[in-house]
Design a protein around this ligand. Sequence first.
Ligand code: NDP
Ligand code: 8X3
Length: 250
Amino acid sequence: MSKIALITGATSGIGHATALELAKKGYRIIATGRRAERLEELKQQLADVPVYTLTFDVRDNAAVQQAIASLPEAWRQVEVLVNNAGNAHGLAPIQEGSVEDWDAMIDINVKGLLYVTKAVLPLMLAHQKGHIVNIGSIAGKEVYPNGNVYSASKFAVDALTRGMRIDLVQEGIRVSEVNPGLVETEFSEVRFKGDKERAASVYKGLDALQAQDIAELIAFIVTRPAHVNLAEVLVLPTAQAAATILHKKQ
Ligand code: NDP
Ligand code: 8X3
């Protein structure tokens, strides 16, 4: 039986590309997200691969636990968990930030990741085997103007990744973190609340990373031999040197 990978946020961007890439590598895919119709499309796209979909909001712990508990026996031996669901909400100085945006980022990027991990870990512990890949960010390594709470949420992902790695080392479970710079996805559209023009301007004048670049990296990480844990990767577009140091063409 082929291995099972569970990917959160598989309806878009990095998560969607990762589902396709891991399917290509022979994994069976558990794809999750809130937009059921996009999960259905992914299933159609992967018609030749076993795909199981779960629709839930990672902010809702009861829904997360219930969804994972509902997995049929044949889908319970999850070997890879990609904790990818997340977004930035807003880009504002701390004195002008919206509490709603702060709640969204902390609840989704931090607490959501914890809820999903809590639900999936017992499935890995049962087999003393598993690999958790957390999607952090360059924003979890350095802070940039107006990035305050988003950065805090990704610094938390970084701390949690290290903590998980320590706590799970005795269990034979690998924990890795992928920290991308600018990736051209729906990320900026979400951050700027549907303002497509402002979102496009983030990537204008440089060759941003694409979701596929990150998906290939994740696939590389989870297909290393069992004794190798690629613990942490910072991956940037060539035109990016730090969070706000970009080489943009006119
Ligand atoms: P997208 O906006 O394209 O994708 C975000 C995904 O997260 C969607 O599938 C969305 O699914 C899911 N998601 C968001 N909120 C929730 C929620 N409450 N419950 C369940 N799922 C949710 O962005 P990216 O692919 O770029 O982002 C993926 C990850 O990569 C995030 O953690 C982001 O912080 C990180 N990242 C992105 C970078 C970038 O430049 N794009 C750089 C560094 C890190 P749905 O809406 O269907 O629920
Ligand atoms: C997404 C990259 O630079 O917008 O995490 O924070 S950035």
